[in-house]
Design a binder for this molecule. Structure first.
Ligand code: NAD
Length: 322
């Protein structure tokens, strides 16, 4: 059983991953190489716990015990040798992650799993300087990590598949919904699907088929409402292969099969538009409030998770009664 989890890199993702581990009963030690991180992590974890409490995902009586399980350390050597599980969430930089994995490999007993939260790098490359790469895996938590259940566990060329199964069980115990990605390819699993959606969404705007608002509305008010309980492959089975084949034969030749990012991105960046951070992208962000949108997104995620959990519980109850 995992007891002490060391989280290396205590920024946006690391802080939330640590809170998930502590909420599941583990002792969490945060390590970060920035000087003021103990103050920052205290503020971040307080905010995350307040949000979980406001959504009634934890009880008021849980808050102090969770806080008591959150520690910081400025000594990587001591904490790495005490940890039962290590999760890395430092900057997305291959050399920095390789250096850290090599260092952790020398500090922690070979039986201790070392996971990377990388969103885009290969765990095979990150672990390439380790003596024991079999204990490395990617464990890609999705943002916001304290709310989204998905974690993609990616098996590198030298990772142990048995370890992936063990980590999956541990994450289920944290209330997560992990998936195992059997090959270490760019985009892991979910990002491959998301990028296919974004490629066509941008393409639809580029060819003048619809406005950005209507593209988003078509996804939000259509397929996205089905997806939490009706996956794309369940959809294919429900519709039938004959119909899906016919639709694909008609539609696929018409949609984007672009192999590079849309030129629209470079064109818009040349005019100073890069999305929310510049104030303008597909939308005029001087008229839209990103913080309010994030709040609505998180509200909906929590609402959906509660509904899904509720419907799983009633299905299980019905099955027991039969
Ligand atoms: N932000 C997202 O949406 C998102 C989603 C999923 C995964 N990820 C991945 O998670 C990782 C972290 O992303 P983030 O958004 O939390 O970044 P962040 O910038 O918020 O945090 C990174 C932290 O790592 C620390 N750090 C950097 N180098 C370090 C080192 N060598 N040792 C110890 N600490 C170090 C920094 O001081 C910082 O606090 C990246 O690999 C990123 O690709 C990000």
């Amino acid at each position: 059983m995992i007891q002490t989890v060391l989280v290396v890199g205590s920024g946006m993702m690391g802080s939330a991953i640590g809170v998930c581990a502590a909420a599941a009963g583990n002792h969490v030690i945060y390590y970060d190489n920035s000087a003021d991180f103990p103050q920052k992590i205290k503020q971040r974890t307080d905010d995350l716990l307040s949000e979980l409490l406001s959504y009634e995902l934890i009880a008021a009586s849980d808050v102090d015990p969770i806080k008591a399980r959150l520690d910081t350390s400025a000594n990587l050597r001591a904490t790495a040798s005490d940890a039962d599980l290590i999760i890395e969430a430092i900057y997305e930089n291959l050399e920095a992650k390789q250096k850290l994995f090599k260092e952790l490999d020398g500090l922690a007993d070979p039986s201790i799993p070392i996971l990377s939260n990388t969103s885009g790098l290969r765990i095979t490359d990150i672990s390439s300087h380790m003596q024991h790469p079999e204990r490395s895996l990617a464990a890609h938590f999705w943002l916001p990590a304290h709310l989204i259940p998905l974690v993609e566990i990616v098996i590198g060329d030298k990772s142990s598949p048995e370890l992936a199964e063990r980590i999956k069980e541990i994450l289920i115990g944290w209330g997560k919904s992990p998936v195992i990605v059997k090959k270490d390819l760019p985009g892991q699993l979910a990002n491959r699907i998301l990028q296919a959606v974004i490629r066509e969404a941008v393409n639809i705007v580029e060819i003048g088929l619809a406005s950005p608002e209507d593209v988003d509305k078509a996804v939000q008010m259509g397929m996205a409402l089905r997806f939490p309980v009706w996956g794309p492959l369940e959809h294919v089975d429900a519709v039938g292969f004959d119909i899906c084949k016919s639709v694909q034969d008609t539609v696929l030749p018409e949609i984007s099969d672009r192999k590079q990012a849309s030129p629209l991105f470079a064109e818009m960046m040349a005019t100073g538009c890069s999305g929310v951070k510049s104030g303008e992208g597909f939308y005029d962000w001087s008229k839209k409030d990103i913080n309010a949108l994030v709040k609505r997104r998180n509200d909906f995620i929590v609402f959906a998770i509660k509904q899904i959990n509720q419907s799983h519980l009633s299905t299980e109850r019905e099955l027991k009664e039969e």
